[in-house]
Design a protein around this ligand. Structure first.
Ligand SMILES: *[C@@H]1O[C@H](CO)[C@@H](O)[C@H](O)[C@H]1NC(C)=O
Ligand SMILES: *[C@@H]1O[C@H](CO)[C@@H](O)[C@H](O)[C@H]1NC(C)=O
Ligand SMILES: *[C@@H]1O[C@H](CO)[C@@H](O)[C@H](O)[C@H]1NC(C)=O
Ligand SMILES: *[C@@H]1O[C@H](CO)[C@@H](O)[C@H](O)[C@H]1NC(C)=O
Ligand SMILES: *[C@@H]1O[C@H](CO)[C@@H](O)[C@H](O)[C@H]1NC(C)=O
Ligand SMILES: *[C@@H]1O[C@H](CO)[C@@H](O)[C@H](O)[C@H]1NC(C)=O
Ligand SMILES: *[C@@H]1O[C@H](CO)[C@@H](O)[C@H](O)[C@H]1NC(C)=O
Ligand SMILES: *[C@@H]1O[C@H](CO)[C@@H](O)[C@H](O)[C@H]1NC(C)=O
Ligand SMILES: *[C@@H]1O[C@H](CO)[C@@H](O)[C@H](O)[C@H]1NC(C)=O
Ligand SMILES: *[C@@H]1O[C@H](CO)[C@@H](O)[C@H](O)[C@H]1NC(C)=O
Length: 499
């Protein structure tokens, strides 16, 4: 009797279980592929924490089948694709471990269409999908990792992944864009960290730079304004100064799923969401507007997306080809109006005054910066004393940066950015000199006002000294009265400087 009693409610539970098994991979989920446990379209494997899955999928507008690592939510995104250039045209695909120990994809005819290509694989290996989204091929006997998807990224940069350059091996790990949303094969854009003097993140179109992050200051890339807002401490860059750099990122909050991806139009975006939610937030890194495009205004040009036209020459420079420039073809950029004193062959008779610097505020610093050991107050004089130095900037976390040659890819930001000092001939400093005169006059007027004010209040207080009035109130009155004028003047100075 007890037995039949139990049967009364078991069927309901069994039904639920069966349903769960149907709707998810709950019952069969495993995270490993071995030579005996392969997966066949549409089977999948799921990482232990269920954050990522690996299996067959078709991008939008195509029936081609690809094997990829997918975010484990209903609206899936492929963060890694194996057979990018060799889609399966039907659902006969199999992912398994080959006799040689490589991870392989076989088509219906049992032909290898993709392989992990480890040159000396081991006989005894298995592939496991980790919760980080990394697919690792291990030697079972030793546990050693012989291949991992993190070292062969597609278009996505995941937390815990390393993106960088290994000088010893002569290798650079790059993201590569898809050709189109329905074709994961390798498109024309790639992205990665360039280990130049100060590391920068780049997007390249073919071999040409297409976007640049600005240099790394120890926390963020200083030319990516959104980074200041989003990630104060999530990124880490290790630079051995010998050409080996490694960029990683991870959020302290483990309930955030996030990755950076390069879309098929060459735009670098971040996607993030909370584990419990399914909708992504997608802030842009760049290029978002025309000015983000590398070298938009040519050498010595500066780009401001809020201006029309967007390109202007730096102060002291003029368009190289006026007619071309006014047509909106800025690629030739600008040239100096007056040669630098230090570049001229000065005869003894011809005395030319020393060059100076014009300040450029709140910009993405130009490309090809060179780090110099200069300190905050010596950075400028070091530059002035070296004729090949044509600009400098001091930035906290980086130090003294100097430039020689062309200044390219300068972009004006509404806020943030760095101040760059551009070397120009003395005669080009006129504007600045005028402004200094205005400042000097304003300051002297201010000082005179203060002096007069002080004189009167001293006289007034002297008068009061004998009287029985409250001293406190008179002091307060005096202070307020005397502060007004100088304040107004300093406001005017700032307006003047803005022009
Ligand atoms: C898919 O195809 C439809 C119809 O051709 C088109 O409107 C849509 O934009 C395509 N989607 C993508 C992502 O390419
Ligand atoms: C699919 O591709 C195979 C070769 O990889 C080819 O033999 C077969 O005819 C194709 N099938 C279709 C339906 O195109
Ligand atoms: C594996 O190696 C072969 C031959 O060296 C090459 O043709 C193929 O593209 C490689 N596959 C991958 C996925 O690297
Ligand atoms: C390798 O290890 C995995 C997981 O531990 C196991 O399932 C598999 O059978 C092993 N493969 C071989 C060939 O021993
Ligand atoms: C494969 O690895 C397992 C341990 O994981 C070991 O017991 C077994 O002997 C290995 N097989 C071969 C063929 O090396
Ligand atoms: C990328 O380069 C190709 C070839 O040089 C060019 O046709 C294309 O317009 C470029 N794309 C962008 C977005 O600049
Ligand atoms: C992670 O973020 C979520 C959502 O904002 C928040 O509720 C949670 O407290 C955070 N956890 C930690 C450890 O900060
Ligand atoms: C812009 O000028 C450069 C240099 O003179 C020339 O090579 C290029 O074709 C021009 N581009 C356009 C769109 O006219
Ligand atoms: C300065 O003199 C050198 C050689 O005496 C010459 O090559 C150079 O062109 C001169 N530069 C200028 C700006 O006249
Ligand atoms: C002058 O500046 C150039 C470029 O910044 C640099 O290569 C060179 O070493 C500097 N020379 C001296 C003497 O500092």
């Amino acid at each position: 009797m007890a037995h039949s009693n139990n049967l009364k409610f078991i069927p309901f539970q069994a039904l639920v279980l069966i349903l769960i098994c149907f709707w998810s991979e709950f019952c069969t989920s495993r995270d490993t592929i071995t030579s005996t446990q392969s997966i066949k379209d549409p089977e999948i494997i799921v990482s232990v924490g269920k954050t990522f899955k690996l299996g067959f999928f078709s991008p939008v507008n195509t029936t081609n089948r690809y094997v990829g690592i997918l975010d484990n939510i209903p609206v899936t995104t492929a963060v890694w694709v194996a057979n990018r250039d060799k889609p399966l045209n039907d659902s006969s695909g199999i992912v398994t471990i080959s006799e040689g120990g490589n991870l392989v994809i076989l088509n219906g005819q049992k032909e290898v269409i993709w392989s992990s290509n480890v040159s000396n694989p081991v006989a005894n290996s298995s592939a496991q999908l980790l919760d980080t989204g990394n697919l690792v091929l291990r030697d079972n006997s030793s546990g050693r990792i012989i291949w991992e998807s993190f070292q062969h990224p597609s278009n996505s940069f995941l937390q815990m992944m390393r993106l960088g350059t290994d000088a010893k091996k002569g290798e650079m790990t790059l993201l590569t864009s898809w050709k189109s949303p329905s074709d994961p094969s390798i498109g024309s854009f790639s992205a990665g960290v360039d280990p130049l003097s100060i590391p920068q993140f780049f997007v390249w179109n073919g071999s040409h730079p297409y976007w640049r992050s600005g240099p790394w200051n120890g926390q963020v890339f200083i030319g990516v304004p959104v980074m200041y807002k989003l990630y104060s401490n999530g990124f880490n860059l290790v630079d051995d100064k010998k050409g080996t750099v490694d960029l990683t990122f991870s959020y302290a909050n483990e309930s955030i799923v996030s990755y950076i991806f390069l879309n098929n139009e060459g735009t670098l975006q971040e996607k993030y969401r909370f584990v419990a939610k399914e909708d992504w937030t997608v802030p842009w890194w760049g290029p978002e507007n025309e000015c983000d495009v590398y070298g938009k205004c040519g050498p010595f040009g500066s780009c401001n997306s809020l201006d029309s036209p967007i390109c202007t020459c730096l102060n002291g420079f003029e368009p190289k080809h006026m007619e071309e420039w006014s047509r909106g073809n800025w690629s030739s950029g600008c040239i100096r109006k007056t040669p630098l004193q230090c570049e001229r062959n000065n005869t003894i008779n011809e005395k030319v005054k020393e060059d100076g610097f014009l300040k450029l505020e709140r910009v993405k610093v130009p490309d090809f910066e060179v780090w110099s050991p200069g300190l905050h107050d010596s950075c400028g004089s070091l530059c002035l004393n070296n004729c090949s130095c044509i600009a400098y900037s001091f930035y906290i976390g980086i130090g003294c940066m100097q430039w020689s040659g062309n200044l390219i890819d300068i972009q004006k930001f509404p806020d943030g950015g760095a101040d760059v000092y551009i070397r120009v001939a003395y005669s080009e400093l006129d504007e600045e000199k005028n402004m200094k005169t205005v400042l000097a006059i304003a300051i002297s007027i201010g000082s005179i006002t203060i002096a007069i004010c002080a004189y009167y209040s001293w006289r007034w207080m002297a008068k009061q000294r004998g009287s029985m009035f409250k001293r406190v109130s008179s002091e307060v009155h005096t202070k307020v009265h005397c502060r007004q004028k100088p304040l107004l003047i300093s406001f005017n100075i700032r307006k003047e400087a803005e022009k």
